[in-house]
Structures are given as structure tokens and as C-alpha cells.
Write a protein that binds this ligand. Structure first.
Ligand code: MTE
Ligand code: MO
Length: 334
């Protein structure tokens, strides 16, 4: 197809992860700050002209610097970047998997404010730029297991949520953490129409118990694959809770509230008997309409197929999180 520099590996012969790591090494060797930097913008635009422009320009993603990379014991190959950014759930932009990429590119994600308030000694508002410059970014390679029984492996960039919560200083009444996505019907077609938005009452809201929110695995993500988040993946800042079904990982967050009582959550409000507050990945507790014993790993197998693999308890993170639920009946607290 396209001509590529001699140094670039043929993508047919390597895993997506090898390609990613190879690019990373080259970027380092050339002393460039990150991946996109090797092709000047003017040249990129020129290439787009040549190959035919998409109707909507994709949002510009900025390279991000990060320190260590941690897989927390998960060895699975990465899901290719183009799958991670084109197979999405973000009902504010439509319910089909391809809708978010098609409809979210114009979303205004800067400037953006995130506020932490409620049962805290020190309520705080940060801009995303302040978060990017004030905290150390880490790469976390996590499985994402959707309740619809598909999954991916994604190299997120982010900050443990605990780092921000600590600065806000939760008081002794704080038992739960409530999260809220941006409400802006002018930008989000799904918030203008119940038909487009899947019948959800917006804004999308989620929640965690305080000890779950403070857990080291719980990440506030600002990027993936070495760059800022694409809008369809929840730019500019979203939650990632890898041992729970994907719907807990709320996107495009504007407000975090520490509260005394278990807060309402979007999917639980929509169908209480199908989606609980805890939503821990559990192959032994089926969804009322389908099995949760296995999952389709997106991007694995051939062009149109995806391998079906067994689902693991707590999505494979049991060593780190099982003790959070000691003595709880996980059938009752689904
Ligand atoms: N605001 C908001 N957050 C959301 C959703 C959504 O529709 N709206 N979908 C959830 C679901 S069901 C999943 S599986 C993940 C998908 O994240 P991804 O598109 O980055 O893979 O986002 C979650 N966060
Ligand atoms: Mo999901």
C-alpha cells in the first residue's frame, strides 16, 4: 500500500505491541518528544489531500511524556490502536460502536475543568492542563471487559485517582465517590434525543466505594497509546477501573463528589436487575440475557473474527482487589 521508511517494520509480520514498542524506540533514538513528531504537520495535511480527506478532521492528539509502564501481571498482546479508537461505547454520541468516532471529533475538550467536592476538607477545581503538569503520568496496560462480553487490552496513560482525592482530603463522612460526565446537549447529540442516546437520562453518572476509588489500580486516564485521549475514548479525562465492567469507566468527567450514601449510577437506573452498583467482572454471575463466562477479544484472530476466551474473576486482577469484597456475597452485590 503506502510507502514506508525502511526502518519501519512491516505491520503484517509483527504484533501491534511490537510496532508500538518499535516506534517508541525510534522516537527515543531520534530524541523526539513523541510518536507523532516524526512527520511534520504540513506533510501530514499534504498526505491527507492526496489520499482524500475525511468529512470531519480527526481531533488533534498531543504526545504525552510518561514515566514507568506497568502491566500488573497481564501479559496479553495489546489491542491495535485503530480498534481501540473505532469500537467504542459513548452513548452521548450514539449507540452504535462506530458512532463515537464519527460524531465526537468536534467535541471541545480544552479548556476543561474537573472539580472535586462534597465531603472533603479541601474542595478543588483543576484544569486538565494543571493536572497534566502537576502529577506524574504513568502508563498502565489494562484489560477492559465490557458487560456486553467483548474485551480489549489498552495502554492507558494516567494518574491514580487517589493522588487527586488525597489533595481534596475526604472527611470522615465520605464513604462513596460519585462521578459525572459533561452535560452539553449542543455538543452531544445523544443528550438531545432519547432515540440517539439510548434512553439514558443524562448526564451519565457513576460511582465507587471510597476504598475502591483509593485503590492503586483505579486510574484517571488522560491518554492512550502515548498521546492524549481521542474524544471517542472520553477526552480529556476519564476513569478506568480494570476489574469492573467497562460501564463503570465513565468518560469526559467534569465533577467528582465525595458522598455518604451509595450514589445512583446510570446503567443501574436504566435496568436495576441487569446492572448493579458493584459490577465486578465475574464469570460465575451471568447477565440475565447472556453468559459472562467468556468474552470476544477485539482485534484478535482474523479480519472479521475475534477469539473467544474465558473471562477471569475480577478480570484477572483478583490478587489485587479480591480482599475489598471479603465476606460479601457477589451474587447479591452484582
Ligand atoms: N459518559 C460515558 N461514559 C462511558 C460510556 C458512555 O456511554 N458514556 N460507556 C461505557 C462503556 S459501556 C464502556 S465498555 C467504556 C468503553 O470505553 P472505550 O470506548 O474507551 O473502550 O466506556 C464507558 N464509559
Ligand atoms: Mo460496556
Amino acid at each position: 500500500m503506502s510507502k514506508r521508511p525502511k526502518w519501519q517494520l512491516s505491520q503484517q509480520h509483527v504484533t501491534p505491541e511490537a510496532v508500538f514498542n518499535q516506534r517508541r524506540r525510534i522516537v527515543k533514538a531520534l530524541g523526539l518528544s513523541a510518536i507523532g513528531a516524526s512527520v511534520p504537520l504540513g506533510v501530514q495535511a499534504g498526505l491527507a489531500d492526496w489520499f482524500g480527506k475525511p468529512k470531519v478532521e480527526p481531533a488533534l492528539l498531543k504526545p504525552l511524556e510518561f514515566t514507568g509502564s506497568n502491566r500488573f501481571g497481564i501479559a496479553d498482546p495489546l489491542t491495535p490502536e485503530d480498534k481501540v479508537t473505532s469500537h467504542n461505547n459513548f452513548y452521548e454520541f450514539g449507540t452504535a460502536k462506530t458512532d463515537p468516532k464519527e460524531n465526537a471529533q468536534q467535541m471541545v475538550t480544552s479548556p476543561w475543568q474537573l472539580r472535586i467536592e462534597g465531603e472533603v476538607a479541601n474542595p478543588k477545581t483543576w484544569t486538565v492542563d494543571e493536572i497534566l503538569s502537576g502529577f506524574t503520568l504513568e502508563e498502565r496496560i489494562y484489560r477492559l471487559r465490557c458487560v456486553e462480553a467483548w474485551s480489549m487490552v489498552i495502554p492507558w496513560l494516567g494518574i491514580p485517582l487517589a493522588r487527586l482525592l488525597e489533595q481534596a482530603e475526604p472527611n470522615s463522612k465520605a464513604k462513596y465517590v460519585a462521578f459525572e460526565t459533561l452535560y452539553d446537549p449542543e455538543q452531544m447529540p445523544g443528550q438531545r434525543s432519547r432515540f440517539v442516546g439510548g434512553g439514558i437520562n443524562y448526564p451519565y453518572v457513576e460511582g465507587l466505594r471510597l476504598d475502591e476509588a483509593m485503590h492503586d489500580l483505579t486510574l484517571l486516564s488522560v491518554g492512550l497509546y502515548g498521546k492524549t485521549l481521542p474524544p471517542q475514548n472520553g477526552a480529556p479525562i476519564r476513569l478506568v477501573v480494570p476489574w469492573k465492567y467497562g460501564f463503570k469507566s465513565i468518560k469526559s468527567i467534569v465533577r467528582i463528589r465525595l458522598v455518604e450514601k451509595m450514589p445512583p449510577t446510570t446503567w443501574n437506573l436504566l435496568a436495576d436487575h441487569e446492572y448493579g452498583f458493584y459490577a465486578n467482572v465475574n464469570p460465575q454471575v451471568d447477565h440475565p440475557r447472556w453468559s459472562q463466562a467468556s468474552e470476544r477479544r477485539i482485534g484478535s484472530g482474523g479480519l472479521l473474527s475475534a477469539k473467544r476466551i474465558p473471562t477471569e474473576m475480577f478480570n484477572g486482577y483478583g490478587d489485587f482487589v479480591a480482599d475489598l469484597y471479603d465476606g460479601m456475597d457477589l451474587r447479591q452485590w452484582y
